[in-house]
Design a protein around this ligand. Structure first.
Ligand code: THU
Length: 134
């Protein structure tokens, strides 16, 4: 469904977004890019960065920022996510946290791709037997 070039483009957008991270507490800057589709079949990329807060628990991950941007613009189908982090100038591949995996599942499916520069996962691999209402 997605070729390698499209995934690399998505990764480039995630890498750009690392520079937008607000991470004064952890110093762990994360960028994400979500490839999303609306009901008419239009496809768009939404980017996000982590946004921390002095009340630490209020921090939101880059992946959720990107996905919520898309959903709030009417793009509810999540096809792929690229994510990458940087700390002390070093690029670090990120595997999304559990909360972000559950949010990905809400808008994606088992086939949703997650690419972090080191490897590609399917969401069914990162979140097997996902919670469903009913
Ligand atoms: N973070 C993300 O943005 N995405 C992840 O998948 C894991 C963690 C952020 C949250 C926090 O700002 C920092 O990384 C350290 O946990």
């Amino acid at each position: 469904m997605m070729n390698r070039e499209a995934l690399l483009d998505l990764y480039a957008r995630a890498l750009e977004s690392v520079g937008k991270a607000y991470a004064p507490f952890s110093g762990f800057k994360v960028g994400a890019a979500a490839l999303m589709e609306d009901e008419e079949g239009n496809v768009r990329v939404f980017t996000g960065a982590n946004v921390e807060n002095s009340s630490y628990g209020l921090t939101v991950c880059a992946e959720r920022v990107a996905i919520f941007k898309g959903v709030s613009e009417g793009f509810r189908k999540l096809r792929a996510v690229a994510v990458v982090a940087s700390k002390d100038g070093e690029v670090i591949p990120v595997v999304p946290c559990g909360a972000c995996r559950q949010v990905m599942w809400e808008f994606g499916d088992g086939e949703t791709l997650i690419y972090n520069g080191a490897r590609t996962y399917r969401l069914s691999h990162l979140l097997p037997d996902a919670f469903k209402l009913g």
